[in-house]
Design a protein around this ligand. Sequence first.
Ligand SMILES: [Zn+2]
Length: 390
Amino acid sequence: MTTTVITNIASLVTNDPTLGDGSPLGLVQDAALVLDGDRVVWAGPAAQAPAADQRVDAAGRAVIPGFVDSHSHLVFAGDRTAEFNARMSGQAYKAGGIRTTVAATRAATDAELSANVARYLEEALRQGTTTFETKSGYGLTVEDEARALRIAAEHTDEVTYLGAHIVSPDYADDPAGYVDLVTGAMLDACAPYARWVDVFCEKGAFDGDQARAILTAGKAKGLLPRVHANQLSYGPGVQLAVELDAASADHCTHLTDADVDALASGNTVATLLPGAEFSTRAEWPDARRLLDAGVTVALSTDCNPGSSFTSSVPFCIALAVRDMHMTPDEALWSATAGGAAALRRTDVGRLTPGTRADLTFLAAPSHVHLAYRPGVPLVSEVWRRGVRVA
Ligand SMILES: [Zn+2]
């Protein structure tokens, strides 16, 4: 293996509190990072860096862990420009516009779907995302859901079965029959391609009892649960997620005190998706309330053609700081180590000895610029597994 020292880093975010300034970000000024193949082997002050086979000059840029986007919906066809335009012209967002994407996705070829996933992943990579999760949920038949997961699995290990996105239009008069399908033949066909099982627990989608049945069936097949919870209204999703030891409860926009207490006492990460609130002009999740209660918070894009068509984690960081009152440090942590926690991963989202050499260089001296200079393409270089990829 070739070792590489990256030196002249103005500020390095390690997310290892034992390094640097002792903060959760483990911030090191005037730093260096040493890689051996696809792993980080050393991080610390440049003046103390060990020798390596080759040297890369960061030229005073900041280096952060590659973003871990733990929530996206990339296996789809078509778009929903008209729906967005109508909504921004005064109509309210309701669960169900998903049906438009279901029709387009069913009609697409495998090659078209795979090319779409590749295109949005390339877009995300150029914006600093090195690990991403993605879901099914626009097929809603046994064949179309299994196909979506098979295609997703060609692009990432973090694949989520979301047959329970909405009740299939084919079962509009028989939602119980659709739950039987999602927990039966569809699950059997999908489980081999997926790591996770998810459900949209919401009025107009699946209620608490249905969500429990779907997640429990998935767990019995070896899938790990995560939940779309409490996005559009108060409901049972968050407490169900904690009870079933889901890795993450995603959205968390409408929370009672009992929901916050449950998250604070359990192992379930609260994943906030401000792109969705931005794109639907909805009320922001109360990130401060969660953080002050000691809840682990992740920040992700929810990239999907209906309610949040952004692949940009830097954009979500800017929203989180400006509109959800997260500090720039908290937002950066949540988009890296927080995303990793939402995927129950410890090998990504940090730059400390033993972790994967997934890193993003910013054309700025500090990670704070991601919120300070919103909308500016600050990601200047991306490395994945020790290789420069963007
Ligand atoms: Zn989602």
